[in-house]
Design a protein around this ligand. Sequence first.
Ligand SMILES: O=C(O)CCC(=O)C(=O)O
Ligand SMILES: [Mn+2]
Length: 225
Amino acid sequence: MNRTELGQGCWYDLDQEWLSEAEADGLMQALLAELTWEERPVVAFGQEILQPRLVGWAGELPYRYSGQTLPPRAPTPTLSALWERVQEAVGEPLNHAVVNRYRDGRDHMAMHADNEPELGQFPVIAAVSLGAPRKFMLEWKVKRKRRRTLRLRPGSLLVMGGAMQRKWRHSVPKMAEVTDERINVTFRFLHGPPGWRDPRWKPSAPPQADEGGGEQDEDQPAAGD
Ligand SMILES: O=C(O)CCC(=O)C(=O)O
Ligand SMILES: [Mn+2]
């Protein structure tokens, strides 16, 4: 895999051709048919809204994010098989899967970090993309102008790790021209149920610019664009 270091201990690995096109296509059809899809209400800025996408999931622990809790659910056969392959590729245990289904370019995901305490301080998050290619934006918390745009192709595997969720945010913006569906299968490791805290947890100081992040690559497109 091709690692990109963003400074401050932040990195992501991206393999745009982790699966062949045919495999990605077959996997997408199987997941569309097997998973139970929900349009779930979440809380954003104190208001309950419907998520602008469908979601399926699996894991033995409940997962709480955006003011909602996904209850434990068993994986389907196709999701299980993919899970094992991803775990092998990443070399880390992963015990939860969130599957986002973007019905077309209007469905999206707002800027956020996957920084629930239950994920630990330096979570590794592995995501397989299927279906329509979509933009994936990364934005430095210190200075939002420092950003990267990836184009996640069907069959790609993106792994974010290190301090990525502490220092950077990510989003899947709307793309009016996209009429096809996309699925993103996101695996993580939950240390415990909602409320779990790392005993060594220290509230992180506000993000600082002077930790060696460097700005030489500001606004530069990243590999794989
Ligand atoms: O759809 C994607 O590529 C991103 C999904 C994501 O960020 C998430 O599930 O937290
Ligand atoms: Mn995320």
